[in-house]
Design a protein around this ligand. Structure first.
Ligand SMILES: C[S@@+](CC[C@H](N)C(=O)[O-])C[C@H]1O[C@@H](n2cnc3c(N)ncnc32)[C@H](O)[C@@H]1O
Length: 459
């Protein structure tokens, strides 16, 4: 990996706009993979850590530009991203591959679809399409530092998507919040696969590829979750109606690991001249309020205020201490509402906009949950209407709901402790599942237990 990181740096150094602090180093660790660490001196507030030109980022614009290059056979003069134009032979298979992608199809793709398709072509398929080993992608140095399939095995959607995955049995142990996110993610992945797999079929025909589509699906999942876990927000004006297309992949910046602390560590800044429409701009990362002083200090980014359920499903890791954790109790509350008041109570909550999405975080049981709980316990629709409007406070209902909430909290506590104990048993009996995946789920339950413990003191 060290050699690959050095090659990546050399590749970027070909651009006059690339900058990297000489006080840092990319270091591999067992717990969080590659990360960025201080190796000498100190990095102070607002100091540049990395600055990466548009030409070396992968996003909707750069991919379109690269595909156009092969479709038209013209390389734009003076663009450093096309410095390898002399290396591209007339019989490069990408001329034939990209020819089938007409403009309307290309522009209809989301960023995810276009990038997944392009990365599959340049990284996974090009070596199969080409007879010559000399045909390589401009992006190869970037691909070579990305995580392997095995490194992504902690992401629950992958357990579900891989047909014979031995990790499938872990899905049963996931909490409701994670199960919900897993389902949504699997649907998104499959929607994108439906769009791009017909193109793979045509490519397979053109290049006489005998690898099955099922095998190529595994490569697609690999690429999909690399994009998903490494994309950084950037404005893609051409796709302005699609929020999920607003991202770019940026070498080196994507080595920064996540911290739960917000507005303290490194921060990104994108600059571009106003007249340039079809580029993301220079992507710069600077040191935040927290300066790095000790040799070995890790430089962090905050990926957003994410709970452990979210971190596990999007990135495949959890944090031991995460102030953004919350518990999704929707299933239990919905069931209780239906058992107590049937469709009439459900319809009332729906009508008031208070049906579903019930949560508890460390500080509070959400207002939505309290409304539903108060209704279940009192069945006093009149008073609940006033509670919703703010004429009656939660304190009015406290004596009535105390017992219900106490029971709810202790049953949740018991459930989480049981899950931890079952996961411990599983950990000692399973050899084909790495314990790190089991530990992640346990960490989610431990976070829940801290939340419940805090509320038990109040009821
Ligand atoms: C943007 S990449 C960061 C670089 C990554 N560590 C690598 O090896 O390339 C995001 C991935 O890093 C890992 N990661 C990030 N922050 C972490 C943390 N605080 N603890 C453990 N793993 C973390 C997760 O695997 C996540 O999917």
């Amino acid at each position: 990996m060290e050699a690959n990181v050095a090659t990546l740096q050399k590749w970027l150094e070909k651009s006059p706009f690339f900058e990297i602090s000489d006080k840092i180093k990319v270091v591999d660790s067992k717990e969080s993979g590659r990360g960025v660490r201080l190796i000498n001196d100190r990095i102070q507030k607002n100091e540049i850590v990395f600055s990466i030109p548009s030409s070396h980022q992968l996003n909707f614009y750069t991919v379109l530009e690269r595909i156009h290059t092969f479709k038209s056979g013209h390389f734009s003069e003076g663009d450093e991203s096309n410095e390898d134009r002399n290396l591209i032979a007339d019989d490069d298979p990408r001329f034939r591959a990209y020819e089938i992608l007409d403009e309307t199809t290309l522009l209809k793709f989301s960023s995810f679809q276009l990038l997944a398709l392009y990365i599959l072509a340049e990284w996974k398929f090009l070596p199969l399409w080409s007879k010559s080993e000399e045909v390589t992608s401009f992006w190869k140095p970037f691909f070579d530092v990305w995580p392997s399939k095995e490194e992504l095995i902690s992401i629950p959607a992958i357990w579900e998507l891989i047909q014979d995955s031995s990790y499938k049995k872990l899905i049963h142990y996931l909490p409701d919040g994670s199960k919900k996110q897993l389902k949504e993610k699997v649907e998104l992945v499959m929607e994108d696969w439906e769009i791009i797999s017909p193109i793979l079929k045509v490519w397979n025909k053109i290049f006489n590829i005998t690898v099955s589509l099922e095998t190529q699906f595994l490569d697609f999942i690999h690429v999909y979750f690399i994009i998903n876990s490494r994309c950084l927000y950037a404005k893609i004006s051409i796709k302005e109606d699609d929020d999920s297309s607003q991202f770019t992949l940026v070498p080196f910046v994507d080595f920064l690991n996540h911290t739960a602390e917000i507005d303290v560590h490194c921060y990104p800044h994108v600059t571009k001249p106003k007249i340039i429409q079809d580029k993301v701009g220079q992507f710069t990362v600077r040191c935040g309020k927290h300066s790095y002083k000790q040799r070995g200090d890790e430089l962090f980014f905050n990926y957003g205020p994410h709970s452990n359920d979210f971190l596990l499903n999007e990135y495949g890791f959890t944090l031991k201490n995460n102030e953004w954790n919350f518990i999704d109790i929707s299933n239990i509350i919905r069931r209780t509402v239906l058992n107590t008041g049937g469709p009439k109570m459900q319809a009332y909550l729906l009508g008031q906009g208070y049906w579903d999405d019930y949560t508890i975080n460390f500080e509070e049981i959400s207002y939505r949950s309290l409304v539903a709980i108060c209704l279940v316990v009192t069945e006093d629709y009149d008073k609940i209407g006033k509670f919703i409007k703010g004429y009656v406070s939660e304190l009015y209902f406290r004596p009535a709901i105390d017992e219900f909430v106490k029971n709810l909290l202790s049953s949740l506590m018991q459930d989480y402790n049981e899950n931890i104990s079952n996961l411990n048993t599983l950990r000692s009996s399973q050899i084909e599942i790495t314990s790190w995946c089991i530990d992640n789920i346990m960490t989610i339950y431990e976070g829940y237990i801290r939340i419940i413990g805090n509320h038990m003191d109040k009821y």
